[in-house]
Design a protein around this ligand. Structure first.
Ligand code: PEP
Ligand code: MN
Length: 353
C-alpha cells in the first residue's frame, strides 16, 4: 500500500494533529449548526456528525439519516468547514456522496464485518473521497487490515485508520481498551497509512480525552477525531464522552507535539540507558530462574508437585495490581509474568527430570 495520498484537504494545515470534531450524532438542525459555528470559531476545519447511528440495542436514537444532509450542507456553506459522516451500507455511501459529504468513516461494528466492508468498497469504486476505517470492535489486527485493504482495492487512495479502542471483558477505566500495541503494529505493517485516534470512544468519559490525545501524539499519531457538542449533557448519544467546542480547543492548544525536541544525541543517551536496563533485567531473570531451580530441587526432595495453581493465581493478581499502581498495564504485566512462570516451570521440570 505505498500509493496512498495525504488525507489533508485543500486549505488545511498539514501539521499534526489533523483534527476532526463534532457531535456523535446530528440531532437537530440547530444543534448541528450551533456546534459547527462554535467549532469553526475555534479553528476546527473538519466537522463530524453521525447521520446513521449503529446502536448496540434497538429502540435508541438511530440517527436522523438523510434528513441531516441539508444541515451538513449548511455547515459547509456557512462555516467553510469540510464535513464527515459514518457510512455502513451502500445506500449510506450513495446518499453521503450525493449530498456532498467530504470525508467518510466506517464504524467499528461495520469494520468487523467483511460482507459490509465489501458492499461499501463496491459502492466507493470510481469515487475519490477520503475514507477513514475504524478498528473493528475486537482486537483483531488482520480484520482491521482486511477492511482497509477492501477500500484500497476499490481504488480509494486517500485512506486512513482510526484507533477507537477494543472491547475487553476486563474491567478498566476505559470504555474501549486502547491496546496501543495494535495500532503501533498497524503502523509497522502499513507505514504510509495515517492513523487517527478517537479518544472519545476509547475513554468513554470527557476527562480522558486530554490524556489519551496526548498519548496518541506521543506515539506519533497523525490526527484526532473527537466528539464535541454544544451542550454535551443534552446529547442524544454518547453524552459522557463529548466536550464543548471551547474545552476541545483548550485541550488541543495544550497538546505537546514532540517532533524535534529529542536530538539524536539525547536519543542515543536514552538508548544507552535502555540497553543497560535490559542487561540488568536479563541478569535478574537469570537469578530468578536459579531460585526456581532451587525450589525444584526442594520439591523433588519433598515429593511435591511443580505446579501450585493457587499460589500462582495469587501471585499474578497481586503483581498485576502492583503494576497498575506503577503506571503499567495490567494485561502487560500478566503476560510478562505468565511468560516468566512458564520458563520457571520448565526449569523446575529439568531439575526433576
Ligand atoms: C461514532 O463515531 O460515533 C461511533 C459510532 O463510533 P464507533 O464506530 O467507534 O463505535
Ligand atoms: Mn459516538
Amino acid at each position: 500500500m505505498n500509493d496512498l495520498q495525504p488525507i489533508a484537504l485543500p486549505g488545511i494545515d498539514p501539521r499534526r494533529p489533523l483534527v476532526i470534531a463534532g457531535p456523535c450524532s446530528a440531532e437537530t438542525e440547530e444543534q448541528v449548526l450551533d456546534t459547527a459555528r462554535a467549532l469553526a470559531a475555534e479553528g476546527i476545519r473538519i466537522y463530524r456528525a453521525g447521520l446513521w447511528k449503529p446502536r448496540t440495542k434497538p429502540g435508541g436514537f438511530e440517527g436522523v439519516g438523510t434528513a441531516g444532509i441539508p444541515w451538513m450542507q449548511r455547515v459547509k456553506r456557512e462555516t467553510g468547514m469540510y464535513t464527515a459522516t459514518e457510512v455502513a451500507t451502500r445506500d449510506h455511501v450513495v446518499a453521503a456522496l450525493k449530498g456532498g459529504i467530504d470525508v467518510l468513516w466506517i464504524g467499528a461494528r461495520t469494520a468487523a464485518n467483511p460482507f459490509a466492508m465489501q458492499e461499501i468498497a463496491d459502492a466507493l469504486r470510481g469515487q475519490d473521497v477520503p475514507v477513514l476505517v475504524k478498528n473493528p470492535v475486537s482486537p483483531d489486527l488482520e480484520l482491521w487490515i482486511g477492511a482497509i485493504e477492501r477500500i484500497h482495492n476499490a481504488g480509494i487512495r486517500r485512506l486512513a485508520a482510526i484507533h477507537r479502542g477494543f472491547t475487553s471483558i476486563d474491567k478498566s477505566i476505559y470504555r474501549n481498551h486502547p491496546m496501543w500495541a495494535i495500532p503501533i503494529e498497524l503502523h509497522r505493517r502499513l507505514p504510509s497509512l495515517p492513523i487517527f485516534c478517537d479518544p472519545s470512544h476509547i475513554g468513554g468519559k470527557r476527562e480522558l480525552i486530554a490524556p489519551l490525545s496526548q498519548q496518541a501524539m506521543d506515539l506519533g499519531f497523525d490526527g484526532l477525531i473527537v466528539e464535541s457538542h454544544c451542550s454535551p449533557d443534552c446529547a442524544w448519544s454518547d453524552k459522557a464522552q463529548q466536550v464543548t467546542p471551547d474545552v476541545l480547543a483548550y485541550i488541543i492548544r495544550n497538546l505537546v507535539i514532540r517532533d524535534e525536541t529529542i536530538t539524536t544525541e539525547s536519543l542515543n543517551e536514552l538508548r544507552d540507558k535502555i540497553d543497560k536496563l535490559d542487561d540488568q533485567l536479563l541478569e535478574l531473570l537469570a537469578r530468578r530462574m536459579r531460585v526456581s531451580r532451587d525450589i525444584g530441587q526442594y520439591k523433588k526432595e519433598h515429593n511435591m508437585p511443580v505446579l501450585q495453581a493457587q499460589r500462582y493465581e495469587e501471585l499474578l493478581d497481586k503483581r498485576a495490581r502492583q503494576a497498575v499502581q506503577m503506571g503499567m498495564d495490567r494485561e502487560f504485566m500478566r503476560s510478562v509474568l505468565q511468560a516468566i512462570h512458564e520458563e520457571s516451570v520448565r526449569q523446575q521440570m529439568e531439575v526433576l527430570g
